[in-house]
Design a protein around this ligand. Structure first.
Ligand code: TRH
Length: 349
């Protein structure tokens, strides 16, 4: 299969992060992939070895030129393909499979919408049909991106050696916490809530580093600024910590594969749509948790997302750790997204 993946960077890094990961997953399954980007600048740190991965990375505008169209065209997150490219798709003797990869959500509409077709009646793509592919957490969705050897790599991972190589030196008994977040007014309250346990916060680049630099930390807390890491190294960070704060879409998924307790800062939407989206995920994720863990997790997640007052206590660490492992085991029973996508378009991976 020859695939064309299109990605427009709307903001931050998730659009590119997901698209790059999908491109890699398809290439690893033996498919030829071209990745068309309007802004690939973040690949310099996210995937510094990108030229060695067998993926052709191309500038969006070059898609206007008369390149041959692949067997499958993936439009990520409704990014609206270049009209000239769509016209060539329609002119191909066998039309390509046209897939729109949607955003991840645990809301019920996902199961209803996954796989639906949208025939094109007008415009350069008239006569073609686009199909919606929804990632998700349940068997009636397209699943989650997961490279086949992920769990084995995690088993072989040497966290102390990784930390030492990165200059991360927690003191004995110190909790290690990663913090990847949008600017968040709840940060001072979080620091107070963490204050009863010695903690080293590893803070990812972005607004949080300048925010935390302006705060006085409680005596039990220390923080360290991290540089941008490559995607594989970002995974290692999540595996090496006791508690991970993640955001958006891709780091949120990686935190689940890391099987460490985590807190999700959802991408905030003007119309408040992020509230029900957050609740839908918590409903699914906590369905089998004890009532105590579920209540404490909901309290912390809502507070971190500015949707409720700060809770009296944090989730109990061992219970949260047990739950994170069983959730990963549950998710790992699903076929991963790239395998499901290939099956969806009739290709054996
Ligand atoms: O950056 P994000 O917030 O991205 C997105 C976008 O805002 C997008 O528009 C929105 O729709 C979506 O969220 C929901 O968070 P995300 O999705 O976690 O993407 C971050 C990517 O950056 C992810 O692939 C991990 C990667 N990353 C690294 O590789 N190294 C790093 O050091 C860091 C901090 C992140």
């Amino acid at each position: 299969m020859h695939g064309d993946l299109f990605c427009r960077v709307i903001d931050n890094y998730g659009d590119l992060g997901v698209s790059w990961r999908l491109a890699r997953a398809l290439a690893a399954r033996g498919q030829t992939v071209r990745l068309w980007l309007d802004d690939g600048s973040a690949l310099a740190w996210m995937a510094p070895d990108c030229t060695a991965q067998g993926i052709e990375v191309l500038a969006w505008d070059e898609a206007d030129n008369a390149v041959a169209v692949g067997d499958v065209v993936v439009e990520t997150f409704g990014c609206e393909l270049p009209p000239a490219f769509v016209a060539r798709m329609a002119a191909r003797p066998t039309p390509p499979q046209w897939i729109n990869l949607e955003y991840l959500s645990a809301e019920p509409y996902v199961e209803r919408s996954h796989g639906l077709a949208s025939p094109q009646f007008s415009g350069p793509g008239a006569g073609l049909s686009k199909r919606f592919f929804y990632p998700g957490f349940t068997p009636r969705t397209g699943g989650l991106l997961r490279e086949p050897e992920l769990l084995q790599r995690q088993q072989r991972f040497d966290a102390p050696a990784w930390r030492a190589a990165r200059g991360i030196a927690p003191q004995p008994g110190e909790r290690l916490l990663s913090l990847f977040a949008y600017a968040n007014p709840a940060l001072p309250a979080l620091l107070q809530a963490l204050a009863d346990t010695p903690t080293l916060l590893l803070v990812c680049p972005g607004a949080t580093q300048s925010q935390i630099a302006g705060l006085t930390l409680p005596p039990a807390l220390r923080w360290q600024a991290l540089p941008y890491l490559s995607q594989p190294e970002f995974d290692h960070l999540l595996w090496a910590c006791d508690l991970n704060f993640v955001r958006g879409e891709d780091s949120f998924v990686r935190a689940q594969w890391a099987a460490k307790p985590f807190v999700w800062q959802i991408y905030p939407q003007q119309d408040g749509a992020h509230g029900p989206k957050l609740e839908a995920f918590m409903d699914l994720w906590l369905a089998d948790a004890t009532a105590e863990l579920a209540a404490a997790s909901r309290g912390l997640w809502r507070a971190w997302n500015g949707l409720a007052a700060w809770p009296a206590s944090l989730p109990q660490a061992e219970a949260a750790q047990r739950h994170a492992r069983s959730w990963r085991a549950h998710l790992a029973m699903q076929a991963d997204l790239s395998a499901q996508l290939l099956r969806f378009i009739g290709v054996s991976g």
